[in-house]
Design a protein around this ligand. Structure first.
Ligand SMILES: Cc1ncc(COP(=O)(O)O)c(C=O)c1O
Length: 290
C-alpha cells in the first residue's frame, strides 16, 4: 500500500517528499505536529487533533490560512488515496521559510504536511509483557517556560535525549519529572497509576501534554466504574500503586511494569490495565470514515 505525503497542496510518494532547507522548523524547531491513528479505514479523534493543532497555531502566531474544515477534508482525501486501513498520520505545520529567528523576516507562509504512513512504537509482545522504564535525568520544560499544551516540534529535543539515555541502559521508556520532582509523562505517553478502582494521572499543571488518548481513557474509565484523579504524584506513588500504564496515540495503552529495575505492583500487566486496553481497542473503531 502506498505511503503518501501531501505537502502544500501536492501529493507525492513518501520517498520523493522533501522539506525546504530554510523551513523554520528545520532550522529552529518552530513548528507544530500531530500524530493521528487510522483504525479500520477511520481516522480516530481527528477533530480533537486538529483543534489542538489550530490552538497551537493561534498561540504561536502562525499565519495558518487553511481553515480547519478544509484541512480535515484534505486529510480524509489523502487517507482514501493512500488506502491504508490501519496506519498513522503525521501532520506538521511550520511557521514558514526564512533564516534568522525573527518571524518578521521570514515569509510566514506555513509549510503544511500530511504524511500517511504506518508506525509501531513497541514490538507486539511488549503489549503482553509490559515495559520497563528509568527515571529520566532530563526534566521536562517548566510549564511557565513553554506551555505544555503546545505540541511544538522544538520541545522534543529533551524527550529524545531522555529516550536516548533510556536506550543506553536497555530500558524501554524514560519517566520524566518536572523541576519539583513530580511525575509528568514518558517521552511520548501520558502516565496512569492504578490502586483498586482509582486511577491517578499527573495534573495538567505538572507540565504534561493533555493527551487525546489520556482524555479517552479517563472517559472510558469513568463509564466503567473507575474514579479518576488528576493529582501531584511522585515516584513514591509509582511504587505504591498496584498497576501503571502509559497512553498515547502511537503507543495506545501499554503497561509499565518496572521503574529503575524495581517492579511496579507484581511486575505484570494488571487486570485494570488489561480491561481498559480492551475497552480502548473497541473505542478506536469509532473514528471518522474516509
Ligand atoms: C510528550 C507526549 N505526551 C503525551 C502524548 C500522548 O498524547 P496523545 O494521546 O494526544 O497522542 C504524546 C503524544 O505524542 C507526547 O508526545
Amino acid at each position: 500500500m502506498p505511503k503518501l505525503v501531501w505537502l502544500n497542496g501536492e501529493t507525492m510518494a513518501l520517498e520523493s517528499a522533501t522539506v525546504p532547507v530554510a523551513d523554520h522548523a528545520h532550522l529552529y524547531g518552530d513548528g507544530l505536529f500531530e500524530g493521528i491513528r487510522i483504525y479500520g479505514s477511520k481516522v480516530f479523534k481527528l477533530d480533537e487533533h486538529l483543534t489542538r493543532l489550530y490552538h497551537g497555531c493561534r498561540y504561536l502566531g502562525f499565519n495558518m490560512t487553511i481553515p480547519q474544515p478544509e484541512l480535515n477534508a484534505t486529510i480524509l482525501r489523502v487517507c482514501a488515496e493512500a488506502g491504508l486501513a490501519d496506519g498513522y498520520i503525521r501532520l506538521n505545520v511550520t511557521r514558514g521559510n526564512g533564516l534568522g529567528l525573527d518571524p518578521k523576516y521570514i515569509d510566514n507562509k506555513p509549510n503544511v504536511m500530511i504524511m500517511v504512513n504506518t508506525l509501531a512504537l513497541f514490538p507486539p509482545e511488549m503489549y503482553t509483557t509490559g515495559l520497563s522504564a528509568v527515571t529520566s535525568p532530563v526534566r521536562v520544560i517548566p510549564s511557565d517556560a513553554l506551555d505544555p499544551r503546545l505540541k511544538c516540534i522544538g520541545r522534543y529535543a529533551g524527550n529524545i535525549l531522555a529516550k536516548y539515555k533510556a536506550n543506553q541502559v536497555q530500558a524501554d521508556e524514560a519517566m520524566m519529572l518536572n523541576h519539583r520532582g513530580e511525575l509528568t509523562e514518558c517521552t511520548g505517553e501520558n502516565i496512569f497509576l492504578v490502586s483498586g478502582n482509582v486511577l491517578k494521572t499527573p495534573h495538567p499543571s505538572c507540565g504534561i501534554l493533555e493527551g487525546i488518548t489520556r482524555n479517552t481513557i479517563m472517559e472510558i474509565a469513568k463509564q466503567n466504574g473507575f474514579s479518576v484523579q488528576e493529582d501531584f504524584l511522585t515516584p513514591f506513588d509509582v511504587f505504591t500503586a498496584s498497576e501503571c500504564f502509559l497512553t498515547g496515540t502511537a503507543a495506545e495503552l501499554i503497561s509499565l511494569v518496572s521503574l529503575d529495575g524495581r517492579l511496579i505492583g507484581d511486575g505484570k500487566p494488571g487486570p485494570a490495565s488489561i480491561a481498559l486496553r480492551n475497552l480502548f481497542l473497541k473505542e478506536v473503531q469509532n473514528g471518522t470514515p474516509f
